[in-house]
Design a protein around this ligand. Structure first.
Ligand SMILES: Cc1ncc(COP(=O)(O)O)c(C=O)c1O
Length: 390
């Protein structure tokens, strides 16, 4: 067999890849497992989506190739959602691209813009698709290390000018995974200006736009003046509607950017199952009724998680958005060692280092299970923490 190419060889192991095997092993050993690993809640999607799906799978036309166009019904629902939720207007045909989950789009966009020697700037810790897409398209990742003292914001003024000069893409993600950081509007205004000045595509990953607490309403990048000139925004059905496995999302922005991504995709995939797109359209149309109810469940889980981890010896902020606690560890405990030890106690969390070296010193929990199970997980985590001082 020929050897793997340079790009594959340069990829680090995918952080969640080993977890299913390890979970099976622990369950086989009879361990009572609490999974706070992936941001993947076991909650139902909107009833309207389920009903539409049931009908759609009986429509023969839904079983045909979706191609790049997909279902007009989905494109139109996306446009209605963007208008109603953020007050921004898009043309359904030229300014929207349906995705098979936002992850593939985030990674595939890099294929349209990066050549060897080009940089994509990305947050570290951050979602691994940014780095994967960059490396697989022969670009060079510039990993900007997020810091708590800077509210986990990427500051382009700190990026060396020779890197900026060769940067084609900036990935931003607020509300953020894994830090749960949010971005103030004046920060976004500054970044939009900087991207214009340096001719950089601003990829705004808004997967958590509807997962917010205590009255906080995450913005769209398009609420910022001038963003249309530089930004492509990515949305996901996954977290908003408990539809992770349905694989459905979209990107929107000006036609030139949308066309770039659609072109790459047209040679790689043939669109998602049209019945899924029909169900997603139905979900989007009930978002303002569904999201508050769903967020009431998440709020209870967040509050339980914050209280329980604090009671068990950890410090953590109360997140205003997303579904994660980003919890600091004492300096002498490497995050992977902590996560591995906690896994042996039957609790799955993500080591901070799994999101890049900039995530070292933290671990992430997803509050995706019931308050009681979260409390039990926090107790076990507290015991593991204490064991490092024995
Ligand atoms: C920051 C961020 N962006 C994008 C995604 C991908 O979501 P999906 O591909 O399910 O739409 C995730 C999933 O965890 C995420 O955390």
């Amino acid at each position: 067999m020929p050897p793997y190419n340079e790009r594959i060889t340069n990829l680090p192991p995918y952080p969640l890849a080993h977890i299913p095997r390890k979970k099976r092993e622990l369950i086989a050993r009879g361990v009572d497992l609490i999974d706070l690993g992936a941001g993947d809640a076991i909650l139902p999607p909107p009833e309207a989506a389920l009903e539409r799906m049931e009908r759609a799978i009986r429509e023969p036309a839904m079983g045909r190739y979706g191609f790049e166009l997909g279902l007009m019904e989905y494109r139109e629902a996306i446009v209605r959602f963007m208008k109603k939720r953020f007050g921004v207007t898009f043309d359904p045909l030229t300014e929207v691209v349906p995705l098979i989950g936002s992850k593939e789009g985030l990674a595939h966009l890099a294929f349209a813009y990066l050549d060897r020697g080009d940089y994509a700037i990305m947050p570290e810790p951050g979602y691994n698709a940014y780095m994967g897409g960059t490396i697989l398209s022969n670009g060079t990742p510039y990993r900007y290390e997020l810091r708590a003292d800077n509210n986990f914001l990427v500051d382009l003024d700190e990026v060396p000018s020779d890197v900026l000069a060769h940067t084609k893409i900036l990935y931003l993600n607020y509300p953020g995974n894994p830090t749960a950081a949010i971005a103030p509007l004046d920060y976004l205004e500054r970044v939009v200006k900087q991207c214009k000045e340096h001719d950089i595509v601003l990829v705004y990953d808004n997967a958590y736009s509807e997962v917010a607490y205590d009255g906080y309403v995450p913005p769209s990048i398009f609420e910022v003046e001038g963003a249309r000139d530089v930004a492509l925004e990515f949305h996901s059905m996954s977290k908003t509607f408990n539809m992770t496995g349905w694989r459905c999302g979209w990107a929107c922005g000006k036609p030139e950017l949308v066309h770039a991504l659609a072109t790459v995709k047209s040679f790689i995939d043939t669109g998602s199952f049209l019945a899924v797109q029909a169900a997603a359209a139905a979900a989007l149309d009930v978002h303002d009724e569904f999201v508050p109810k769903n967020m009431a469940i998440f709020t209870e889980r967040r509050d339980a998680a914050v209280a329980a981890f604090r009671e068990n010896g950890f410090t953590c902020d109360v997140p205003k958005a997303a579904m994660y606690l980003w919890i600091p560890l004492p300096a002498h405990i490497p995050s992977k060692v902590f996560a591995d030890k906690l896994m042996e106690e039957g609790v799955v969390v993500m080591a901070g280092a799994a999101f890049g070296q900039g995530g070292e010193g933290f671990f992430r929990i997803s509050f995706i299970t019931s308050p009681d199970r979260i409390r039990e997980a926090a107790k076990r985590a507290g015991r593991v923490l204490a064991s490092f001082n024995d």
